[in-house]
Design a protein. Structure first.
Lengths: 306, 288
Protein backbone atom coordinates (compact mmCIF):
# COMPACT_ATOMS: atom_id res chain seq x y z
CA UNK A 1 0.00 0.00 0.00
CA UNK A 2 2.78 2.40 0.97
CA UNK A 3 4.54 1.72 -2.30
CA UNK A 4 1.38 2.32 -4.27
CA UNK A 5 0.78 5.66 -2.55
CA UNK A 6 4.37 6.67 -3.17
CA UNK A 7 4.26 5.73 -6.85
CA UNK A 8 0.92 7.39 -7.39
CA UNK A 9 2.07 10.57 -5.66
CA UNK A 10 5.22 10.64 -7.75
CA UNK A 11 3.08 10.60 -10.89
CA UNK A 12 1.53 13.82 -9.65
CA UNK A 13 4.72 15.80 -10.06
CA UNK A 14 4.81 16.11 -13.88
CA UNK A 15 1.14 17.07 -13.88
CA UNK A 16 1.65 19.77 -11.25
CA UNK A 17 4.69 20.98 -13.15
CA UNK A 18 2.56 21.21 -16.28
CA UNK A 19 -0.23 23.02 -14.48
CA UNK A 20 2.22 25.57 -13.09
CA UNK A 21 3.73 26.05 -16.56
CA UNK A 22 0.30 26.62 -18.07
CA UNK A 23 -0.69 29.24 -15.51
CA UNK A 24 2.75 30.83 -15.69
CA UNK A 25 2.56 31.16 -19.46
CA UNK A 26 -0.85 32.84 -19.27
CA UNK A 27 0.76 36.22 -18.76
CA UNK A 28 3.09 35.63 -21.69
CA UNK A 29 0.55 34.26 -24.14
CA UNK A 30 -1.82 37.18 -23.84
CA UNK A 31 -0.77 39.91 -26.28
CA UNK A 32 1.03 42.83 -24.65
CA UNK A 33 3.95 43.51 -22.35
CA UNK A 34 3.62 41.46 -19.12
CA UNK A 35 4.73 44.33 -16.90
CA UNK A 36 2.16 46.66 -18.43
CA UNK A 37 -0.50 43.96 -18.13
CA UNK A 38 0.35 43.50 -14.46
CA UNK A 39 0.36 47.21 -13.78
CA UNK A 40 -3.17 47.71 -15.03
CA UNK A 41 -4.52 50.26 -17.46
CA UNK A 42 -3.77 53.61 -15.85
CA UNK A 43 -0.35 52.90 -14.39
CA UNK A 44 2.54 55.36 -14.66
CA UNK A 45 5.82 54.27 -16.27
CA UNK A 46 7.55 54.44 -12.92
CA UNK A 47 5.25 51.79 -11.48
CA UNK A 48 5.59 49.61 -14.58
CA UNK A 49 9.35 49.71 -14.29
CA UNK A 50 9.17 48.86 -10.59
CA UNK A 51 6.93 45.90 -11.34
CA UNK A 52 9.17 44.67 -14.13
CA UNK A 53 12.06 44.67 -11.73
CA UNK A 54 10.17 43.17 -8.81
CA UNK A 55 8.82 40.27 -10.81
CA UNK A 56 12.01 39.87 -12.79
CA UNK A 57 10.14 40.39 -16.04
CA UNK A 58 13.30 41.63 -17.74
CA UNK A 59 14.98 38.27 -17.09
CA UNK A 60 14.98 35.22 -19.37
CA UNK A 61 11.79 33.14 -19.25
CA UNK A 62 13.20 30.19 -17.31
CA UNK A 63 14.41 32.50 -14.57
CA UNK A 64 11.00 34.17 -14.51
CA UNK A 65 9.39 30.77 -14.16
CA UNK A 66 11.71 29.88 -11.32
CA UNK A 67 10.84 33.18 -9.72
CA UNK A 68 7.13 32.47 -10.16
CA UNK A 69 7.36 28.99 -8.64
CA UNK A 70 9.48 30.06 -5.71
CA UNK A 71 6.84 32.66 -4.85
CA UNK A 72 3.93 30.29 -5.37
CA UNK A 73 5.29 27.60 -3.05
CA UNK A 74 5.58 30.25 -0.35
CA UNK A 75 1.92 31.11 -0.89
CA UNK A 76 2.68 34.35 -2.72
CA UNK A 77 0.48 34.59 -5.80
CA UNK A 78 1.19 38.25 -6.41
CA UNK A 79 -1.00 41.31 -5.97
CA UNK A 80 -4.41 41.74 -7.53
CA UNK A 81 -4.32 44.41 -10.23
CA UNK A 82 -7.84 45.49 -9.46
CA UNK A 83 -7.89 46.10 -5.75
CA UNK A 84 -4.20 45.85 -4.86
CA UNK A 85 -4.74 43.12 -2.31
CA UNK A 86 -2.62 39.96 -2.09
CA UNK A 87 -4.13 37.34 -4.39
CA UNK A 88 -3.75 34.65 -1.74
CA UNK A 89 -6.05 36.53 0.63
CA UNK A 90 -8.84 36.80 -1.96
CA UNK A 91 -8.29 33.24 -3.12
CA UNK A 92 -8.47 31.81 0.37
CA UNK A 93 -11.87 33.33 1.18
CA UNK A 94 -13.38 32.48 -2.18
CA UNK A 95 -11.93 29.01 -2.33
CA UNK A 96 -13.16 28.05 1.13
CA UNK A 97 -16.60 29.11 0.03
CA UNK A 98 -16.51 26.96 -3.11
CA UNK A 99 -15.21 24.05 -1.08
CA UNK A 100 -18.12 24.43 1.35
CA UNK A 101 -20.61 24.57 -1.50
CA UNK A 102 -19.10 21.50 -3.17
CA UNK A 103 -19.12 19.54 0.09
CA UNK A 104 -22.79 20.23 0.67
CA UNK A 105 -23.48 19.42 -2.95
CA UNK A 106 -21.70 16.05 -2.94
CA UNK A 107 -23.46 15.24 0.32
CA UNK A 108 -26.88 15.87 -1.24
CA UNK A 109 -26.01 14.30 -4.58
CA UNK A 110 -24.40 11.30 -2.90
CA UNK A 111 -27.34 10.53 -0.62
CA UNK A 112 -29.89 10.86 -3.41
CA UNK A 113 -27.75 8.92 -5.87
CA UNK A 114 -26.94 6.07 -3.49
CA UNK A 115 -30.49 5.56 -2.27
CA UNK A 116 -31.94 5.76 -5.77
CA UNK A 117 -29.27 3.46 -7.15
CA UNK A 118 -29.69 0.77 -4.49
CA UNK A 119 -33.49 0.75 -4.70
CA UNK A 120 -33.33 0.75 -8.50
CA UNK A 121 -31.02 -2.24 -8.50
CA UNK A 122 -32.97 -4.29 -5.96
CA UNK A 123 -36.21 -3.55 -7.79
CA UNK A 124 -34.90 -3.65 -11.36
CA UNK A 125 -37.42 -2.63 -14.06
CA UNK A 126 -39.92 -1.54 -11.40
CA UNK A 127 -41.77 1.74 -11.61
CA UNK A 128 -39.26 3.28 -9.20
CA UNK A 129 -36.34 2.05 -11.29
CA UNK A 130 -37.76 3.47 -14.50
CA UNK A 131 -38.65 6.70 -12.79
CA UNK A 132 -35.23 7.24 -11.26
CA UNK A 133 -33.39 6.31 -14.45
CA UNK A 134 -35.43 8.83 -16.44
CA UNK A 135 -34.65 11.30 -13.67
CA UNK A 136 -30.97 10.49 -14.07
CA UNK A 137 -31.20 11.18 -17.79
CA UNK A 138 -32.64 14.61 -17.02
CA UNK A 139 -29.94 15.12 -14.41
CA UNK A 140 -27.08 14.64 -16.84
CA UNK A 141 -28.78 16.61 -19.63
CA UNK A 142 -29.80 19.74 -17.77
CA UNK A 143 -27.44 22.71 -17.90
CA UNK A 144 -26.46 23.57 -14.30
CA UNK A 145 -27.14 27.26 -14.83
CA UNK A 146 -30.63 26.67 -16.20
CA UNK A 147 -31.58 24.25 -13.45
CA UNK A 148 -30.33 26.82 -10.96
CA UNK A 149 -32.52 29.50 -12.53
CA UNK A 150 -35.55 27.19 -12.41
CA UNK A 151 -34.93 26.29 -8.76
CA UNK A 152 -34.63 29.96 -7.95
CA UNK A 153 -37.82 30.74 -9.85
CA UNK A 154 -39.85 28.07 -8.06
CA UNK A 155 -38.40 27.96 -4.55
CA UNK A 156 -37.24 31.55 -4.04
CA UNK A 157 -39.53 33.66 -6.16
CA UNK A 158 -42.78 31.68 -6.06
CA UNK A 159 -42.68 29.71 -2.82
CA UNK A 160 -40.22 31.97 -0.95
CA UNK A 161 -38.69 29.03 0.87
CA UNK A 162 -35.09 29.98 0.17
CA UNK A 163 -33.23 33.24 -0.39
CA UNK A 164 -32.58 33.98 -4.08
CA UNK A 165 -28.86 34.62 -3.78
CA UNK A 166 -26.02 35.88 -1.69
CA UNK A 167 -24.39 34.14 1.25
CA UNK A 168 -24.88 33.93 4.97
CA UNK A 169 -26.76 30.91 6.28
CA UNK A 170 -26.93 27.31 5.15
CA UNK A 171 -30.28 28.19 3.57
CA UNK A 172 -28.39 30.31 1.04
CA UNK A 173 -26.42 27.25 -0.01
CA UNK A 174 -29.19 24.66 -0.41
CA UNK A 175 -30.49 25.63 -3.86
CA UNK A 176 -27.02 26.24 -5.36
CA UNK A 177 -25.86 22.90 -3.96
CA UNK A 178 -28.84 21.08 -5.49
CA UNK A 179 -28.27 22.73 -8.87
CA UNK A 180 -24.58 21.86 -8.78
CA UNK A 181 -25.21 18.29 -7.65
CA UNK A 182 -28.00 17.29 -10.06
CA UNK A 183 -25.70 15.79 -12.67
CA UNK A 184 -23.54 14.10 -10.03
CA UNK A 185 -26.49 12.49 -8.29
CA UNK A 186 -27.53 11.10 -11.67
CA UNK A 187 -24.06 9.69 -12.34
CA UNK A 188 -23.82 8.23 -8.82
CA UNK A 189 -27.30 6.66 -9.10
CA UNK A 190 -26.43 5.01 -12.42
CA UNK A 191 -23.08 3.77 -11.16
CA UNK A 192 -24.54 2.43 -7.90
CA UNK A 193 -27.32 0.67 -9.80
CA UNK A 194 -24.95 -0.95 -12.29
CA UNK A 195 -22.51 -1.98 -9.58
CA UNK A 196 -25.24 -3.37 -7.33
CA UNK A 197 -26.78 -5.34 -10.19
CA UNK A 198 -23.44 -6.96 -10.86
CA UNK A 199 -22.83 -7.85 -7.22
CA UNK A 200 -26.33 -9.20 -6.62
CA UNK A 201 -25.78 -11.79 -9.35
CA UNK A 202 -22.64 -13.15 -7.68
CA UNK A 203 -22.52 -16.58 -6.10
CA UNK A 204 -21.70 -15.38 -2.60
CA UNK A 205 -24.92 -13.38 -2.52
CA UNK A 206 -26.84 -16.48 -3.56
CA UNK A 207 -25.03 -18.36 -0.80
CA UNK A 208 -25.94 -15.71 1.73
CA UNK A 209 -29.57 -15.96 0.70
CA UNK A 210 -29.44 -19.75 0.70
CA UNK A 211 -28.10 -19.64 4.23
CA UNK A 212 -31.32 -17.97 5.20
CA UNK A 213 -30.02 -14.48 5.87
CA UNK A 214 -32.69 -11.85 5.79
CA UNK A 215 -32.91 -9.96 2.49
CA UNK A 216 -32.18 -6.67 4.26
CA UNK A 217 -28.91 -8.04 5.65
CA UNK A 218 -27.97 -9.57 2.31
CA UNK A 219 -28.47 -6.32 0.44
CA UNK A 220 -27.20 -3.75 2.90
CA UNK A 221 -24.43 -5.69 4.59
CA UNK A 222 -23.03 -8.05 1.98
CA UNK A 223 -23.96 -6.63 -1.39
CA UNK A 224 -23.70 -2.91 -0.76
CA UNK A 225 -20.27 -3.14 0.82
CA UNK A 226 -18.79 -4.69 -2.30
CA UNK A 227 -20.85 -2.64 -4.72
CA UNK A 228 -19.57 0.56 -3.11
CA UNK A 229 -15.98 0.09 -4.28
CA UNK A 230 -16.38 1.45 -7.82
CA UNK A 231 -18.82 4.06 -6.56
CA UNK A 232 -16.09 5.60 -4.38
CA UNK A 233 -14.19 6.59 -7.51
CA UNK A 234 -17.24 8.32 -8.88
CA UNK A 235 -17.70 10.20 -5.62
CA UNK A 236 -14.18 11.55 -5.74
CA UNK A 237 -14.32 12.43 -9.41
CA UNK A 238 -17.69 14.15 -9.11
CA UNK A 239 -16.51 16.14 -6.10
CA UNK A 240 -13.53 17.28 -8.14
CA UNK A 241 -15.70 18.30 -11.07
CA UNK A 242 -17.90 20.30 -8.73
CA UNK A 243 -14.97 22.57 -7.95
CA UNK A 244 -14.99 23.51 -11.64
CA UNK A 245 -18.72 23.42 -12.28
CA UNK A 246 -19.36 25.59 -9.23
CA UNK A 247 -18.58 28.65 -11.34
CA UNK A 248 -21.98 28.32 -13.06
CA UNK A 249 -23.94 27.97 -9.81
CA UNK A 250 -21.99 30.82 -8.29
CA UNK A 251 -22.93 33.03 -11.21
CA UNK A 252 -26.62 32.14 -11.11
CA UNK A 253 -26.94 32.72 -7.37
CA UNK A 254 -24.40 35.58 -7.15
CA UNK A 255 -22.14 33.67 -4.77
CA UNK A 256 -18.58 34.66 -3.86
CA UNK A 257 -16.76 31.50 -4.97
CA UNK A 258 -13.40 30.96 -6.61
CA UNK A 259 -14.92 30.23 -10.04
CA UNK A 260 -16.67 33.58 -10.00
CA UNK A 261 -13.42 35.22 -8.90
CA UNK A 262 -11.63 33.74 -11.89
CA UNK A 263 -14.29 34.82 -14.39
CA UNK A 264 -14.30 38.33 -12.94
CA UNK A 265 -10.52 38.22 -13.17
CA UNK A 266 -10.74 37.39 -16.88
CA UNK A 267 -13.14 40.28 -17.51
CA UNK A 268 -11.02 42.74 -15.57
CA UNK A 269 -7.74 41.47 -17.00
CA UNK A 270 -6.62 40.78 -13.46
CA UNK A 271 -4.01 38.20 -14.46
CA UNK A 272 -2.57 37.36 -11.03
CA UNK A 273 -6.11 36.47 -9.92
CA UNK A 274 -6.64 34.26 -12.97
CA UNK A 275 -3.26 32.56 -12.51
CA UNK A 276 -3.89 31.96 -8.83
CA UNK A 277 -7.37 30.51 -9.40
CA UNK A 278 -6.10 28.23 -12.15
CA UNK A 279 -3.28 26.92 -9.98
CA UNK A 280 -5.39 26.45 -6.89
CA UNK A 281 -8.37 24.73 -8.52
CA UNK A 282 -6.26 22.45 -10.72
CA UNK A 283 -3.97 21.46 -7.84
CA UNK A 284 -6.92 20.70 -5.58
CA UNK A 285 -8.58 18.67 -8.32
CA UNK A 286 -5.42 16.64 -8.88
CA UNK A 287 -5.00 16.02 -5.16
CA UNK A 288 -8.66 14.99 -4.81
CA UNK A 289 -8.12 12.51 -7.63
CA UNK A 290 -5.02 11.18 -5.91
CA UNK A 291 -6.92 10.65 -2.67
CA UNK A 292 -9.71 8.94 -4.60
CA UNK A 293 -7.25 6.56 -6.21
CA UNK A 294 -5.67 5.78 -2.86
CA UNK A 295 -9.08 5.14 -1.31
CA UNK A 296 -9.93 2.88 -4.22
CA UNK A 297 -6.70 0.93 -3.82
CA UNK A 298 -7.38 0.66 -0.10
CA UNK A 299 -10.77 -0.93 -0.64
CA UNK A 300 -9.84 -3.00 -3.67
CA UNK A 301 -6.48 -4.74 -3.17
CA UNK A 302 -6.40 -5.90 -6.82
CA UNK A 303 -5.56 -2.38 -7.93
CA UNK A 304 -2.37 -2.19 -5.88
CA UNK A 305 -0.72 -5.03 -7.70
CA UNK A 306 -1.31 -3.84 -11.22
CA UNK B 1 -10.13 -9.79 -50.15
CA UNK B 2 -11.99 -6.60 -50.90
CA UNK B 3 -15.15 -8.49 -51.62
CA UNK B 4 -15.08 -10.33 -48.34
CA UNK B 5 -14.31 -7.14 -46.50
CA UNK B 6 -17.19 -5.39 -48.26
CA UNK B 7 -19.73 -8.05 -47.45
CA UNK B 8 -18.72 -8.08 -43.84
CA UNK B 9 -19.01 -4.32 -43.45
CA UNK B 10 -22.51 -4.26 -44.90
CA UNK B 11 -23.76 -7.03 -42.69
CA UNK B 12 -22.16 -5.45 -39.67
CA UNK B 13 -23.78 -2.09 -40.38
CA UNK B 14 -27.09 -3.80 -40.96
CA UNK B 15 -26.72 -5.67 -37.70
CA UNK B 16 -25.95 -2.47 -35.80
CA UNK B 17 -28.91 -0.74 -37.41
CA UNK B 18 -31.17 -3.67 -36.55
CA UNK B 19 -30.16 -3.50 -32.91
CA UNK B 20 -30.45 0.29 -32.88
CA UNK B 21 -33.97 0.20 -34.33
CA UNK B 22 -35.15 -2.04 -31.51
CA UNK B 23 -33.81 0.40 -28.90
CA UNK B 24 -36.68 2.84 -28.34
CA UNK B 25 -34.69 5.30 -26.25
CA UNK B 26 -31.96 5.48 -28.89
CA UNK B 27 -34.48 6.03 -31.66
CA UNK B 28 -36.07 8.84 -29.69
CA UNK B 29 -32.64 10.39 -29.19
CA UNK B 30 -31.95 10.01 -32.89
CA UNK B 31 -35.21 11.75 -33.75
CA UNK B 32 -34.38 14.68 -31.46
CA UNK B 33 -30.93 14.99 -33.03
CA UNK B 34 -32.43 14.78 -36.52
CA UNK B 35 -35.00 17.45 -35.71
CA UNK B 36 -32.31 19.67 -34.21
CA UNK B 37 -30.09 19.42 -37.29
CA UNK B 38 -33.12 19.97 -39.52
CA UNK B 39 -34.13 23.14 -37.64
CA UNK B 40 -30.53 24.39 -37.60
CA UNK B 41 -30.12 24.05 -41.35
CA UNK B 42 -33.53 25.44 -42.29
CA UNK B 43 -33.54 28.23 -39.68
CA UNK B 44 -33.84 31.18 -42.13
CA UNK B 45 -36.80 29.54 -43.87
CA UNK B 46 -38.77 28.27 -40.91
CA UNK B 47 -38.36 31.04 -38.35
CA UNK B 48 -41.36 33.39 -38.32
CA UNK B 49 -39.34 36.57 -37.63
CA UNK B 50 -35.75 37.76 -38.09
CA UNK B 51 -33.90 36.80 -34.88
CA UNK B 52 -32.36 40.20 -34.19
CA UNK B 53 -35.18 42.57 -35.03
CA UNK B 54 -37.45 43.51 -32.19
CA UNK B 55 -40.46 45.69 -31.61
CA UNK B 56 -39.83 47.65 -28.41
CA UNK B 57 -43.54 48.17 -27.93
CA UNK B 58 -43.88 44.42 -27.46
CA UNK B 59 -41.29 43.75 -24.78
CA UNK B 60 -41.41 40.57 -22.67
CA UNK B 61 -44.82 39.50 -23.95
CA UNK B 62 -46.00 36.05 -22.88
CA UNK B 63 -46.67 33.42 -25.57
CA UNK B 64 -49.45 34.41 -27.97
CA UNK B 65 -50.74 33.53 -31.42
CA UNK B 66 -48.39 36.06 -33.00
CA UNK B 67 -45.36 35.05 -30.95
CA UNK B 68 -45.72 31.39 -30.05
CA UNK B 69 -43.01 31.52 -27.37
CA UNK B 70 -43.46 35.19 -26.47
CA UNK B 71 -40.93 38.00 -26.89
CA UNK B 72 -37.74 38.91 -25.05
CA UNK B 73 -36.59 42.11 -23.35
CA UNK B 74 -36.03 43.86 -26.70
CA UNK B 75 -39.33 42.68 -28.17
CA UNK B 76 -37.67 40.04 -30.36
CA UNK B 77 -39.55 36.87 -31.21
CA UNK B 78 -38.37 34.19 -28.82
CA UNK B 79 -39.18 31.26 -31.13
CA UNK B 80 -37.14 32.72 -33.99
CA UNK B 81 -34.20 33.27 -31.65
CA UNK B 82 -34.34 29.72 -30.36
CA UNK B 83 -34.49 28.42 -33.94
CA UNK B 84 -31.45 30.46 -34.98
CA UNK B 85 -29.80 29.42 -31.73
CA UNK B 86 -29.90 25.84 -33.00
CA UNK B 87 -27.73 26.96 -35.90
CA UNK B 88 -25.07 28.47 -33.65
CA UNK B 89 -25.12 25.49 -31.30
CA UNK B 90 -24.71 23.03 -34.15
CA UNK B 91 -21.88 25.07 -35.61
CA UNK B 92 -20.04 25.18 -32.27
CA UNK B 93 -20.61 21.47 -31.65
CA UNK B 94 -19.47 20.35 -35.08
CA UNK B 95 -16.35 22.53 -35.19
CA UNK B 96 -15.31 21.79 -31.60
CA UNK B 97 -15.88 18.05 -31.81
CA UNK B 98 -14.13 17.94 -35.19
CA UNK B 99 -11.04 19.65 -33.75
CA UNK B 100 -10.97 17.20 -30.84
CA UNK B 101 -11.70 14.23 -33.07
CA UNK B 102 -8.85 14.91 -35.48
CA UNK B 103 -6.18 15.91 -32.98
CA UNK B 104 -7.24 13.46 -30.27
CA UNK B 105 -7.46 10.51 -32.65
CA UNK B 106 -4.07 11.24 -34.19
CA UNK B 107 -2.40 11.62 -30.80
CA UNK B 108 -4.05 8.49 -29.47
CA UNK B 109 -3.15 6.40 -32.52
CA UNK B 110 0.46 7.49 -32.69
CA UNK B 111 0.95 7.22 -28.93
CA UNK B 112 -0.67 3.82 -28.68
CA UNK B 113 1.08 2.39 -31.72
CA UNK B 114 4.63 3.59 -31.12
CA UNK B 115 4.53 3.65 -27.33
CA UNK B 116 7.71 4.64 -25.48
CA UNK B 117 8.76 8.17 -24.67
CA UNK B 118 6.53 9.77 -27.26
CA UNK B 119 3.46 8.02 -25.91
CA UNK B 120 4.46 8.98 -22.40
CA UNK B 121 4.84 12.60 -23.42
CA UNK B 122 1.43 12.69 -25.10
CA UNK B 123 -0.29 11.07 -22.17
CA UNK B 124 1.32 13.39 -19.61
CA UNK B 125 0.18 16.30 -21.78
CA UNK B 126 -3.34 14.93 -21.69
CA UNK B 127 -3.04 14.54 -17.91
CA UNK B 128 -2.21 18.22 -17.66
CA UNK B 129 -5.32 19.15 -19.64
CA UNK B 130 -7.38 16.79 -17.48
CA UNK B 131 -6.00 18.41 -14.32
CA UNK B 132 -8.46 21.25 -14.90
CA UNK B 133 -11.89 20.01 -13.82
CA UNK B 134 -14.55 20.07 -16.54
CA UNK B 135 -15.68 23.49 -17.67
CA UNK B 136 -12.80 25.03 -15.71
CA UNK B 137 -10.44 23.84 -18.46
CA UNK B 138 -12.49 25.62 -21.11
CA UNK B 139 -12.55 28.76 -18.95
CA UNK B 140 -8.77 28.60 -18.52
CA UNK B 141 -8.31 28.33 -22.29
CA UNK B 142 -10.63 31.31 -22.80
CA UNK B 143 -8.54 33.20 -20.24
CA UNK B 144 -5.61 32.87 -22.63
CA UNK B 145 -7.46 33.27 -25.94
CA UNK B 146 -10.07 35.83 -24.92
CA UNK B 147 -13.87 35.57 -25.31
CA UNK B 148 -15.74 35.21 -28.62
CA UNK B 149 -17.29 32.61 -30.91
CA UNK B 150 -14.11 31.38 -32.61
CA UNK B 151 -12.18 31.10 -29.37
CA UNK B 152 -15.13 29.38 -27.79
CA UNK B 153 -15.08 26.69 -30.48
CA UNK B 154 -11.34 26.29 -30.09
CA UNK B 155 -11.60 26.09 -26.29
CA UNK B 156 -14.42 23.54 -26.42
CA UNK B 157 -12.37 21.60 -28.96
CA UNK B 158 -9.14 21.51 -26.96
CA UNK B 159 -11.23 20.65 -23.90
CA UNK B 160 -12.37 17.45 -25.63
CA UNK B 161 -9.01 16.28 -27.05
CA UNK B 162 -7.95 14.13 -24.06
CA UNK B 163 -11.11 12.01 -24.19
CA UNK B 164 -10.53 11.08 -27.83
CA UNK B 165 -6.80 10.54 -27.32
CA UNK B 166 -7.38 8.19 -24.39
CA UNK B 167 -10.09 6.14 -26.03
CA UNK B 168 -8.28 5.74 -29.34
CA UNK B 169 -5.02 4.91 -27.58
CA UNK B 170 -6.74 2.23 -25.55
CA UNK B 171 -8.28 0.74 -28.65
CA UNK B 172 -4.98 0.77 -30.57
CA UNK B 173 -3.13 -0.77 -27.63
CA UNK B 174 -5.47 -3.75 -27.55
CA UNK B 175 -5.60 -4.08 -31.36
CA UNK B 176 -1.90 -3.92 -32.10
CA UNK B 177 -1.22 -7.28 -30.47
CA UNK B 178 -3.86 -9.00 -32.61
CA UNK B 179 -2.90 -11.45 -35.37
CA UNK B 180 -4.18 -9.37 -38.26
CA UNK B 181 -1.80 -6.56 -37.40
CA UNK B 182 1.04 -9.03 -37.09
CA UNK B 183 0.04 -10.43 -40.47
CA UNK B 184 -0.04 -6.96 -42.01
CA UNK B 185 3.46 -6.33 -40.71
CA UNK B 186 4.61 -9.70 -42.01
CA UNK B 187 3.47 -8.90 -45.54
CA UNK B 188 5.44 -5.67 -45.33
CA UNK B 189 2.76 -3.01 -44.83
CA UNK B 190 4.33 0.24 -43.67
CA UNK B 191 3.36 1.99 -40.44
CA UNK B 192 1.20 4.58 -42.16
CA UNK B 193 -0.89 1.87 -43.78
CA UNK B 194 -1.17 -0.11 -40.60
CA UNK B 195 -2.28 3.00 -38.72
CA UNK B 196 -4.84 4.26 -41.19
CA UNK B 197 -6.03 1.13 -43.01
CA UNK B 198 -5.97 -1.39 -40.20
CA UNK B 199 -6.02 0.27 -36.80
CA UNK B 200 -8.24 3.28 -37.53
CA UNK B 201 -11.12 1.40 -39.19
CA UNK B 202 -11.15 -1.10 -36.36
CA UNK B 203 -11.28 1.68 -33.77
CA UNK B 204 -14.28 3.33 -35.40
CA UNK B 205 -16.88 2.02 -32.94
CA UNK B 206 -15.50 3.77 -29.84
CA UNK B 207 -14.71 6.88 -31.93
CA UNK B 208 -18.28 7.13 -33.23
CA UNK B 209 -19.74 6.64 -29.75
CA UNK B 210 -17.41 9.25 -28.28
CA UNK B 211 -18.20 11.73 -31.07
CA UNK B 212 -21.93 11.46 -30.39
CA UNK B 213 -21.62 11.75 -26.62
CA UNK B 214 -19.15 14.64 -26.91
CA UNK B 215 -21.68 16.62 -28.95
CA UNK B 216 -23.76 16.67 -25.75
CA UNK B 217 -20.89 17.66 -23.45
CA UNK B 218 -19.65 20.35 -25.81
CA UNK B 219 -23.10 21.93 -26.00
CA UNK B 220 -23.36 22.02 -22.20
CA UNK B 221 -19.89 23.51 -21.88
CA UNK B 222 -20.20 26.02 -24.70
CA UNK B 223 -23.59 27.30 -23.57
CA UNK B 224 -22.19 27.49 -20.05
CA UNK B 225 -19.31 29.65 -21.24
CA UNK B 226 -21.69 31.91 -23.14
CA UNK B 227 -23.87 32.13 -20.05
CA UNK B 228 -20.81 33.33 -18.12
CA UNK B 229 -20.19 35.94 -20.82
CA UNK B 230 -17.02 34.23 -22.01
CA UNK B 231 -18.39 32.78 -25.25
CA UNK B 232 -20.81 34.00 -27.86
CA UNK B 233 -21.80 37.60 -27.17
CA UNK B 234 -25.28 39.13 -27.42
CA UNK B 235 -27.14 39.98 -29.63
CA UNK B 236 -26.22 36.68 -31.30
CA UNK B 237 -29.06 34.30 -30.43
CA UNK B 238 -26.97 31.67 -28.65
CA UNK B 239 -28.95 29.71 -26.06
CA UNK B 240 -26.54 30.23 -23.14
CA UNK B 241 -26.16 33.92 -23.89
CA UNK B 242 -29.95 34.26 -24.16
CA UNK B 243 -30.30 32.74 -20.69
CA UNK B 244 -27.71 35.10 -19.32
CA UNK B 245 -29.72 38.12 -20.52
CA UNK B 246 -33.00 36.55 -19.42
CA UNK B 247 -31.78 36.30 -15.82
CA UNK B 248 -32.61 39.94 -15.20
CA UNK B 249 -36.23 39.45 -16.28
CA UNK B 250 -36.82 36.14 -14.60
CA UNK B 251 -39.52 37.36 -12.25
CA UNK B 252 -41.47 39.50 -14.71
CA UNK B 253 -41.13 37.16 -17.69
CA UNK B 254 -40.20 33.61 -16.66
CA UNK B 255 -40.86 32.26 -20.16
CA UNK B 256 -37.79 34.08 -21.48
CA UNK B 257 -35.57 32.09 -19.12
CA UNK B 258 -37.34 28.78 -19.68
CA UNK B 259 -37.25 28.21 -23.42
CA UNK B 260 -33.52 28.42 -24.28
CA UNK B 261 -32.67 26.12 -21.36
CA UNK B 262 -35.29 23.65 -22.47
CA UNK B 263 -33.72 23.68 -25.93
CA UNK B 264 -30.26 22.94 -24.54
CA UNK B 265 -31.59 20.14 -22.37
CA UNK B 266 -33.54 18.50 -25.20
CA UNK B 267 -30.61 18.51 -27.60
CA UNK B 268 -28.17 17.25 -24.95
CA UNK B 269 -30.63 14.53 -24.05
CA UNK B 270 -31.01 13.59 -27.71
CA UNK B 271 -27.27 13.14 -28.19
CA UNK B 272 -26.96 11.26 -24.88
CA UNK B 273 -29.75 8.83 -25.70
CA UNK B 274 -28.49 8.27 -29.22
CA UNK B 275 -24.90 7.86 -28.05
CA UNK B 276 -25.87 5.35 -25.35
CA UNK B 277 -27.92 3.46 -27.92
CA UNK B 278 -25.01 3.42 -30.35
CA UNK B 279 -22.78 2.05 -27.61
CA UNK B 280 -25.23 -0.76 -26.93
CA UNK B 281 -25.60 -1.69 -30.59
CA UNK B 282 -22.00 -1.20 -31.72
CA UNK B 283 -20.56 -3.09 -28.81
CA UNK B 284 -23.15 -5.27 -27.07
CA UNK B 285 -20.52 -6.50 -24.63
CA UNK B 286 -20.42 -3.09 -22.98
CA UNK B 287 -24.05 -3.39 -21.92
CA UNK B 288 -24.72 -3.47 -18.23
Amino acid sequence: MGRYIFKRTLMLLPVLLGVSLVSFSLLHMVPGDPAELLAGEEANPEFIRALRKEYGLDQPLYIQYFHFISHVVRGDFGISIRNREPVIKLLKERFLFTLQLSFLSILIAGSIGLVAGVISATKQYSLFDNFSMVGALFGVSMPIFWFGLLLMLVFSVQLRWFPAGGKGTILHLILPAIALGAASSAVIARMTRASMLEVIRQDYIRTARANGLREFIVIYKHALKNAMIPVITVFGLEFGYMLGGAVLTETVFSLPGVGRLMVEGIFQRDYPIVQGSMLLVATTFVVVNLLTDIAYAFFDPKIRYE
Amino acid sequence: MNEIKGTKTISQTAEVWRRLKRNRAAMMGGMIVFLFVFVAILAPWISPYPPNEGDLSKRLKPPSKEHLLGTDALGRDQLSRVIFGARISLQIQVVAVFIALIIGTLLGMVGGYYGGTFDNLIMRLMDILLAFPGIFLAISIIAVLGPGLNNLMLAAGIYSIPQFARIVRGSVLSLKEKEFIEAARAVGENDLNILFRYLLPNSMAPIIIQTTLRMATVLLTASGLSFLGLGVQPPTPEWGAMLSTARAYMITAPHVATVPGLAIMLVVMGFNLFGDGLRDSLDPRLRD
